[in-house]
Design a protein around this ligand. Structure first.
Ligand SMILES: *Cc1c(COP(=O)(O)O)cnc(C)c1O
Length: 306
C-alpha cells in the first residue's frame, strides 16, 4: 500500500486522500484510455525541487494529443497544481502522479471529443523503485517472452494507461522467475526497454541507447544523454541486439522511478564484471547531484516548492 498523505488535487480542488474517488463506470477503468505521468521531487537546499516539471507536463499534453483527449485545464492551472500538491502534503521528496482520465460518460469504444475528462494529481513518498540494494549493486534481469508493443498497435510515445498491461505481464514473469526486472524486445527482435525504464549499454567507453522507435521518450533518458555528453562520453542512439547487450561492459536502466539503476546480469550472463562499472557510477553520481540541486548549470530543470 501507498502510505496516504493528506490531500489529492482532483478536478480543480484539493480533496482529502480518502475522498479522492471515481465512479465504477469511469470509462478509463473499462478500456484503459487515459494518460499519466511519473514525476519526482527531491530535497534541495532551497526546499523540495520538482525535477523537469516542464518536460513532464509537456509529455502529458503530448500523450493527450496522441490519444485525442482534451485536458479540461490550462497549462498554468496544472503547473500550479503540481507545486501545490507538494506544498500541502509537506513531503521533502517523493513522487507525483498526474492522471488524465475519461470519466463516466457514454459506454463503448466510440470516444468522442465530448466525453467528460477528469484530472487528478496525487503524490506519495517513494524510495528506490528497484530497491536500494539494486541502485547500489545492480540488478538481475531477464529478456521477456512478451514483446514490447508494436509501434502501430499501441502508441509508444504516450504514457497511456492501458499500454501498461504489456509491462505488467512482462515484469511479473521476470519476478516470478527470480529476477529483479524484465527487458523487452521490439517486434523486430531488437532490444527495446524495461517495463518502465529506458536502457543504456556501454562498451569500450562508448554509450548506446535504443533509438526512439519502440521506446518511450524518457526524460531521464534525455537527462542522461545530456550529462554523459557533458562528461565527455560519446552517446549513440540506435537499435541493438540482445547479444550486443550480453557483451556490454556495463548496462543500466533509466527512469523517473528507477532513476539510474545498474544492471549486473542479463539472462544469467554477467554484464562486465557483474557489478556497476565506472561509467554507470559517474552518470549516477552526476544525476543525483543534479536532481538534488547541487549543479548550478542545471538549476532551470528544478522547480523549487517554497
Ligand atoms: C515512464 C517510462 C519510462 C521512463 O521515462 P522517464 O521520463 O525517464 O520517467 C521508460 N519507459 C516506459 C515504458 C515508461 O513508461
Amino acid at each position: 500500500m501507498v502510505t496516504p498523505v493528506t490531500k489529492i488535487w482532483m478536478n480543480g480542488e484539493m480533496v482529502d486522500w480518502q475522498k479522492a474517488q471515481v465512479h465504477v463506470l469511469t470509462h478509463t477503468l473499462h478500456y484503459g484510455l487515459g494518460v499519466f505521468e511519473g514525476i519526482r521531487f527531491y530535497k534541495t537546499p532551497e526546499g523540495p525541487g520538482i525535477f523537469r516539471l516542464k518536460e513532464h507536463l509537456r509529455r502529458l499534453h503530448d500523450s493527450c494529443h496522441i490519444s485525442r483527449i482534451k485536458i479540461p485545464f490550462d497549462w498554468d492551472v496544472l503547473w500550479d497544481a503540481h507545486i501545490e500538491i507538494v506544498r500541502v502534503n509537506k513531503l521533502e521528496d517523493g513522487y507525483i502522479r498526474p492522471v488524465v482520465y475519461l470519466k463516466d460518460g457514454p459506454m463503448g469504444l466510440l470516444v468522442t471529443e465530448d466525453h467528460p475528462v477528469g484530472v487528478f494529481i496525487a503524490t506519495w513518498a517513494w524510495g528506490a523503485y528497484l530497491g536500494e540494494e539494486g541502485l547500489k549493486n545492480g540488478i538481475r534481469t531477464k529478456i521477456s517472452s512478451f514483446v514490447r508493443n508494436h509501434v502501430n498497435a499501441m502508441m509508444t510515445k504516450a504514457k497511456i494507461n492501458g499500454a501498461y498491461v504489456n509491462s505488467i505481464l512482462a515484469k511479473r514473469e521476470a519476478i516470478q522467475a527470480g529476477y529483479d526486472e524484465t527487458i523487452m524486445l521490439d517486434t523486430d527482435g531488437f532490444v527495446s526497454e524495461g517495463s518502465g525504464e529506458n536502457l543504456f549499454i556501454v562498451r569500450d567507453g562508448r554509450i548506446k541507447t535504443t533509438s526512439l522507435t519502440s521506446v518511450l521518450n524518457g526524460i531521464t533518458r534525455n537527462t542522461v544523454i545530456t550529462l554523459a555528453s557533458e562528461l565527455g562520453y560519446e552517446v549513440v542512439e540506435d537499435r541493438f541486439t540482445r547479444d550486443e547487450l550480453y557483451v556490454a561492459d556495463e548496462a543500466f536502466f533509466t527512469g523517473t522511478a528507477a532513476e539510474i539503476t545498474p544492471i549486473r546480469e542479463v539472462d544469467d550472463r554477467a554484464i562486465g564484471e557483474g557489478r556497476p562499472g565506472p561509467v554507470t557510477r559517474a552518470i549516477q553520481d552526476a544525476y543525483f547531484k543534479v536532481v538534488h540541486g547541487g549543479d548550478s548549470r542545471y538549476q532551470d530543470w528544478i522547480t523549487v516548492v517554497k
